[in-house]
Write a protein of this length. Sequence first.
Length: 149
Amino acid sequence: MGLEPFVNTEIRSSIMGVPVFINQETIAYVIGKASEGVFKDGLDNNKKSPWNEVVNETIFGSKKKGSYSSLSMEKRMMLKIQNENLLPKGGGSDQPSLEHMVFLHFFLKKEKANVPKYLFKHLIKTLKESQLNNRTWVPYGRLMSEIFN
């Protein structure tokens, strides 16, 4: 059928006729960080996850989940940097998802996290959501709409 053999998960696209391939190793190379360390996947079930108590203790200082307004200024700033630069999240809610809190937990505890894998998995998740919602994925949608309007 003319298909290339499967080597690893990658995103394929084309920019001005030039094929572009993005995978976890590409992201690791670009950010200059080895693709190694802790990675926790499948954290969609927030209520039953054993990570709830761990991250709540790290981020809010108690086993119960606190509110965004109860975060220290340092943790708010780190969460804001994470949400806007590393793992952008859609919607207007300031409440972090469990995935975002686990990622922040690793930084606060200075544990070695697999940042390239987190970035790549988040990119794939965002692309899947945009396809399911029949939307064109543009990382900077507002900027692009201003250019073309």
